[in-house]
Design a protein around this ligand. Structure first.
Ligand SMILES: Nc1ncnc2c1ncn2[C@@H]1O[C@H](COP(=O)(O)OP(=O)(O)OP(=O)(O)O)[C@@H](O)[C@H]1O
Ligand SMILES: [Mg+2]
Length: 348
């Protein structure tokens, strides 16, 4: 069905396209606590749509409502045109879901885990083998089809779960943090696999992630969710250009004095300064060349040695800080006590 989709937020608007996901003023309350607070967006057929947000933002709750796993407090969600509450079975048949926690049976083999799901979804016996063979190939686990799932690495288990979620040929695929906790090489392997699957199957993907580089690379559009609210929605390029300050300067000083951050912030044309540790600063400015000169002058005047200076592109990290007022990395450190490398430098 083709639906005229009004622009969400006035940004990232969809033209006249078929819609895979429509969420209208959706709310989820747990007692007095509002976990999802009046969120609306639409995802077009064939899009890769990213939900980005810190811990507790409401991403998993949103996915659980869209995939019929928990009741909606108010508002509506339609998946492939089916209302998730009134036509839950139809909606379920259109979707594959990879939940945040790993859920494959550890005592079964890779193939048995896939076979059980195929049966649960009534995939006819003939197609079952064909679908499993194709998926094992796509996720690069053909050699491991008879291995017990408990012998697989974390990254391989994730790939098995991705294959499992696709065994019944869903049109819409929900993945809740498919790469959290994986090492950088396994993360890149999962991205490549998803891109590969996407090129082979007609699929719409909704993915949640903590990783900005992942969202930037994979997603056609990104929604940033914070405290249960949608705070921004657009393409990665448009989100980055919506941040005031067209240049980013990364500068490192040797043992800067106290108040140095404020000094940097006071330079004309500077729109924001983020300290990354004691010596490193990420500065957004509307005038890169002018701010660079002023930074050097300020350092010379104050007798603060400059260690390095580079002008880099705006990233989704800057977008996140702009819309939420804090760094996603700080949130992760609070939640887990550690943070995965942000820029693994692995660009396949
Ligand atoms: N069943 C529940 N009962 C009460 N509160 C809940 C329940 N499920 C989630 N919440 C709360 O709702 C908020 C949103 O949780 P949710 O799991 O959706 O966040 P998230 O964005 O997926 O976070 P994370 O990145 O940690 O996975 C959190 O404050 C959480 O504690
Ligand atoms: Mg979650």
């Amino acid at each position: 069905m083709t639906v005229v989709a009004p622009g969400a937020n006035g940004n990232g608007s969809l033209a006249q396209v078929p819609l895979a996901i429509e969420v209208e003023h959706i709310v989820k309350k747990f007692g007095d606590f509002t976990a999802v607070n009046d969120i609306s967006f639409q995802v077009a057929d064939g899009e890769i749509f990213g939900l980005l947000g810190p811990n507790g933002a409401g991403k998993s709750t949103l996915i659980r409502m869209m995939t019929t796993l928990i009741p909606i407090t108010s508002g509506h969600a339609r998946i492939a045109g089916h209302d998730v509450e009134k036509q839950a079975d139809r909606a379920r048949r259109a979707i594959g879901v990879i939940p945040q926690a790993l859920t494959s049976d550890l005592d079964l083999t890779v193939e048995e885990n896939l076979g059980i799901y195929a049966k649960l979804y009534d995939v006819p016996a003939k197609q079952r083998k064909q679908s499993i063979d194709e998926l094992l190939e796509l996720v690069d686990l053909t050699k491991w089809r008879n291995a017990q799932t408990k012998t697989l690495s974390g990254g391989m288990r994730r790939r098995l779960e991705i294959a499992r979620g696709l065994v019944h040929h869903p049109r819409i695929f929900f993945l809740d943090e498919p790469t959290t906790g994986l090492d950088p090489v396994s993360r890149v392997a999962v991205w490549e696999m998803l891109s590969n699957i996407k090129s082979r199957r007609q699929l719409t993907i909704l993915i949640t992630t903590h990783y900005m580089d992942e969202a930037d690379r994979l997603c056609n559009r990104i929604a940033i969710v914070d405290h249960g609210k949608l705070v921004a929605l657009d393409t990665p390029v448009a989100l980055k250009s919506s941040v005031p300050g067209s240049n980013v300067i990364e500068v490192q000083f040797a043992t800067p004095p106290s108040g140095w951050e404020q000094r940097l912030r006071s330079l004309p044309a500077v729109t924001s300064v983020q300290a990354e540790g004691a010596e490193m600063f990420r500065i957004l400015t509307g005038d890169g060349p002018r701010t660079t000169t002023q930074l050097v002058e300020a350092a010379v005047q104050a007798g603060v040695p400059l260690r390095s200076l580079s002008v880099v592109n705006t990233t989704l990290d800057d977008v996140f800080v702009h819309y939420t007022g804090r760094q996603l990395r700080d949130e992760l450190v609070k939640a887990y006590g550690f943070v995965m490398p942000q820029r693994p430098g692995l660009q396949p």
